[in-house]
Design a protein around this ligand. Sequence first.
Ligand code: PEP
Length: 255
Amino acid sequence: MARQYLVAGNWKMYGHRASIEALVKGINAGLSSLPKVQVLVCPPAPYLAEVAHSAGVNLAVGAQNIAAQEQEGALTGEVLGAMLKEVGCSHVIVGHSERRALFGDSDAIVAQKVRAALIAGLVPILCVGETLAEREGGQTEEVIARQLDAVFALSPTASLHKLVIAYEPVWAIGTGKTATPEQAQAVHQFIRGRIAAVDAKLAGSTRLLYGGSVKPDNAALIFGQPDVDGGLIGGASLKAADFLAICTAAQLQAV
Ligand code: PEP
């Protein structure tokens, strides 16, 4: 069965209204030649509603963060999952390494955010990955297992059928150093195996994205790996031509 690739752009805290409008326009214009790829963009929060409004039917919109809480309340600065859903988001990135490292998103908080996303009807894109020191210390699998297990402990596997997991080695994010296709495949296979240990069916259906300096010139080899179902793209998603070239690499694998 052909896989449906998902390619997601994480625009982080970049852009302004005019540049974001232009980026959406550029991406929209190229989507008609990518029928086999699900394409998602994750703009900064203030632009979510506008982007959702201007995105074509084939362009999904996601947020970069979500409150861990499941109900509205006196939580200044936080954004409830239901609010993201209401303004047109279908997905949300959870546990990006920048949030884990800079904003205190522990494994426990990330697990709560995944649950909050599921309750709101959003697809969580759970980011997992090791630092360079952890890789060099031989701890990659241990770290990823811990990050995954926190989510499995809080959300019953029956509720996780929408979950997407992005393997993002921290040492590859924004650095220009990409994991080799073999390194990416080895960790993706480990992740699938870890899911299979709790639910074999879920392991087969969960989409596993690779993220970390994916560019038009390395996307095809990464997407060609058997356990890679797409990508989470940072820097290269800020240029429509580069992002579309990466989506095209996924489209070519999907046939
Ligand atoms: C990211 O921010 O999730 C990411 C993968 O960034 P980059 O593609 O720039 O490494």
